[in-house]
Write a protein that binds this ligand. Structure first.
Ligand code: HEM
Length: 137
């Protein structure tokens, strides 16, 4: 995956739009929507956006506000099985279809999202889980 190319193509505005459209879908979702903090959709959007700017563009805002991402630990309070993983990836895929015009960039970033989403599973069915695909997770 070419992080620099993805960052150069999307820019900060592209990542902001991707997370905005994604969370608009999550909010309405019956399965994963209820997991998110009811009164803090803007905060959730900002955390994911900042994380992506950090992961793809080495932007420091996420680290300054939240410290090391330790994504697996931060997701342990939520029940994430295959169904939740697939729904998250499906909603992100819909957002990417809407926001990212370049099919190659879309495929690369969706591969990244799919790998991290799988790594975040924390239910018993994750017996065959592999190691982190994301050095910051
Ligand atoms: C597998 C399905 C997933 C579910 C059900 C899920 C659910 C959640 C929930 C409920 C939160 C708390 C919202 C908040 O207050 O920020 C959260 C936070 C977050 N998620 Fe996920 N997530 C999933 C996958 C992912 C993936 C694939 C990524 C990144 C590629 C990701 C990145 C983040 C980040 C950066 C935060 C904020 C962490 C923090 O600083 O507190 N999540 N997620």
């Amino acid at each position: 995956m070419d992080e620099e190319l993805i960052y150069a193509t999307l820019g900060e505005a592209g990542f902001a739009e991707l997370t905005r459209v994604f969370y608009a879908g999550v909010r309405e979702d019956d399965l994963i929507g209820p997991m998110y903090p009811e009164g803090d959709w803007a905060g959730a959007e900002e955390r994911l956006r900042d994380f992506l700017l950090f992961r793809f563009g080495a932007d420091q805002r996420y680290l300054e506000k939240r410290g090391h991402p330790r994504l697996r630990g931060r997701h342990l309070p939520f029940k994430i099985g295959v169904a939740e993983r697939d729904r998250w990836v499906q909603l992100m895929g819909a957002a990417a279809d809407e926001v990212i015009a370049d099919p190659g960039i879309r495929a690369s970033i969706m591969q990244f999202f799919s790998q991290v989403a799988d790594f975040l599973r924390n239910q018993p069915e994750d017996a065959e889980q592999s190691t982190s695909p994301c050095p910051h997770a």
